[in-house]
Design a protein around this ligand. Structure first.
Ligand code: PLP
Length: 383
């Protein structure tokens, strides 16, 4: 069997190990230390100077965002249905109730018109919407300007789940900085990684000091352990922050590689589209820059000679190449199908017809040859 081509594997440079060695040499093996301070400072430099606290996962960052915003039992939080479950689970951790919004077809993210409709509807029903969680899927910024202006109009705090979109921007404003609080993830599959990790981003000094306090067990200032609030153990390790420092040195290269992957797939499928297929991609509207974390294709069997994504996935799998369906929307999940959902059909259609292709920044020319050979055979058989 040929070596497996993964969807989005970690991609180390040669820069990480020296920072880790330094942590060992100086015995800073703790969730504090010089690597962590430098990592937070450099992240802040990438994020318009916003305050940053590095945490042990993106999920922890989202949870802390909701705690910081005071989300509690009985509150409603508006969420994007088309996303990974970690965008929504922290709403449940807080005993709050998610209200799901469908996507629009340009960016595949939260539909601003439906968002406003839902806010008005919840108000009419006498419900309290306490936050909105928008997501930039596969690296593509949501319609963040429209969404943040709707959020301000109704005075609802916006949380930007930029887990997949570190390095993306909208009108030159970096993703992660649009909401009252933003989060990014450094999980092993993301654009850069600390093995596991995340960060909370905010321009509010009150939010950041509260988040930092809660992230390290909410210790009061006292000569003994005293706690006036429930804390969490959410800080990133100084060892893992060393991986982050090394990865930040190659962030721009990683983004460029993933954008090149995307263009390679576009060029490849455009040849098949000339022969009567109709494969399409996630748009990048004017002013939007996606890190193209994952390249996804839409394959409607009715416009592609009966070819469907499951056939493509299986053909790739047979050649030990990993591909994966798009996120299964939250309103279709057994854990979430009981919650309100404002629908327009978009996320159902995306889930039915969408496939994520191998997109790692370490993909080689040989990998692409294997992927394209496999797809060639499949497409030829449909002609
Ligand atoms: C990865 C991811 C998260 C969670 O990040 P972790 O670091 O894995 O906890 C949250 N939201 C989205 C959209 C993600 O892709």
């Amino acid at each position: 069997m040929k070596k497996r081509i993964w969807l989005s594997p970690p991609h180390m440079s040669e820069n990480e190990a020296p920072f880790i060695k330094e942590a060992f040499d100086t015995n800073w093996i703790a969730p504090s230390g010089p690597n962590l301070d430098r990592f937070e400072q450099q992240l802040s430099d990438c994020l318009s100077g916003h305050f940053v606290v590095a945490l042990n996962s993106g999920t922890a960052a989202l949870h802390l965002a909701l705690v910081t915003l005071g989300i509690k039992n009985g509150d409603e939080v508006i969420c994007q249905s088309f996303t990974f479950s970690a965008s929504v689970n922290p709403v449940i951790y807080q005993g709050a109730k998610p209200v799901f919004i469908d996507s629009e077809s340009d960016t595949w993210n939260m539909d601003p018109d439906l968002l406003e409709k839902a806010i008005i509807d919840r108000l009419t029903l006498g419900k309290k919407v306490k936050a909105i969680v928008v997501v930039n899927l596969y690296g593509m910024p949501a319609k963040l300007k429209k969404i943040s202006s709707i959020a301000s109009k109704y005075a609802i705090p916006l949380v930007e789940d930029a887990a997949e979109s570190f390095g993306s921007s909208l009108d030159n404003i970096p993703c992660g900085t649009f909401g009252s609080i933003g989060i990014i993830s450094f999980n092993g599959n993301k654009i850069i990684t600390t093995s596991s990790g995340g960060a909370l981003i905010t321009s509010s000094s009150a939010f950041i000091s509260n988040a930092k306090h809660l992230a390290s067990q909410a210790k009061d200032i006292a000569p003994y352990y005293q706690h006036s609030k429930i804390g969490y153990n959410y800080k990133m390790s100084n060892v893992l922050a060393g991986i982050g420092l090394g990865q930040l040195m190659v962030l721009n290269e990683r983004i460029q590689s993933r954008r090149n992957n995307f263009q390679r797939y576009v060029d490849y499928f455009s040849e098949w589209n000339k022969k009567g297929f109709d494969i399409s991609f996630q748009n990048e509207p004017d002013g939007y820059i996606s890190n193209r974390w994952l390249t996804c294709i839409l394959v409607d069997p009715e416009r592609n000679k009966g070819l469907n994504i499951e056939a493509i996935r299986l053909a790739l799998e047979e050649n030990n190449i990993e591909a994966r369906l798009l996120w299964k929307p939250m309103h279709q999940q057994p854990i979430y199908d009981i919650y309100p959902f404002y629908s327009n059909g978009t996320s159902d259609r995306l889930f039915e017809t969408g496939l994520c292709l191998p997109s790692g920044s370490s993909l080689t020319d040989e990998d692409f040859i294997r992927i394209f050979e496999c797809l060639d055979n499949l497409f030829k058989n449909c002609l």
